[in-house]
Design a protein around this ligand. Structure first.
Ligand SMILES: CC(C)(COP(=O)(O)OP(=O)(O)OC[C@H]1O[C@@H](n2cnc3c(N)ncnc32)[C@H](O)[C@@H]1OP(=O)(O)O)[C@@H](O)C(=O)NCCC(=O)NCCS
Length: 191
């Protein structure tokens, strides 16, 4: 999924074929809609109210296919999910570390798309100069923790009760994975 190239992946065991490509700015409304749909459930993000498309333009512009990709997945002509690499902390010394975010429409969950996205992120990371992948996940987001841990991420941190969601204090778990390119060019996970 380098710049401008689209790929199709049939999720054979689930019967749905998803197409993947780099996001374009005219996808942003759908990307934001998928994100906003997760807010009321209070299980995924610390945003408490829907965000506007305009407010996410700077975030969109901070992505580029060669360093900090933003990918979309679609099926039946509709965008149904996205994955982004974002700077961690924003300071130069952290340049080889990224935060990975994945958001899918509810209609396509549990069909292997989250795993496919994350496997692809791990596979391309060394080629993008990324050595450390991080996930910032609420402690009660079981689906996401299982997804990341199932692909080798370890629990690197627990920030207890740092979020308050409708008066309920929630933990933030930091999961991480170190990667490099092995001799055959494929990604190795480093313990
Ligand atoms: C988390 C999320 C990306 C998972 O994607 P998905 O396509 O539904 O997950 P997959 O079908 O690829 O499942 C991969 C693994 O994740 C775990 N998993 C996914 N959904 C789960 C659920 N509802 N309950 C428990 N485990 C779950 C399982 O370990 C699963 O492996 P298995 O099928 O062998 O049991 C998706 O639920 C989502 O978009 N959630 C809202 C956004 C979010 O929480 N993002 C994470 C923060 S960045």
């Amino acid at each position: 999924m380098t710049a401008g190239r689209a790929t199709n992946v049939p999720a054979a065991e689930h019967g749905t074929a998803f197409a993947f490509r780099d996001a374009r700015v005219d996808d942003l409304a759908e990307i934001v809609a998928i994100y906003n749909a997760t807010i009321p459930g209070r299980g995924v993000t610390a945003d408490l109210e829907p965000v506007s498309v305009e407010s996410r333009l700077a975030w969109f512009d901070a992505h580029d296919a060669t360093r900090r990709p933003l990918w979309i997945a679609s099926t039946g002509g509709r965008i149904v999910g996205w994955l982004s690499f974002s700077d961690f902390y924003g300071r130069p010394a952290y340049g080889a570390s990224v935060e990975v975010s994945i958001y899918l429409s509810e209609t396509v969950r549990r069909q292997g798309l989250g795993r496919t996205f994350l496997e692809r992120a791990i596979a391309v990371a060394p080629g993008l100069g990324v050595k450390t992948l991080l996930g910032f996940i609420f402690g009660h987001n079981e689906a996401s923790l299982r997804l990341f841990e199932g692909l080798g991420f370890g629990r690197w941190g627990n920030l207890p009760c740092v979020a308050s969601l409708d008066g309920v204090e929630r933990d933030l778990v930091i999961v991480g994975l170190r990667v490099d390119a092995g001799p055959d060019g494929t990604t190795r996970r480093i313990a």
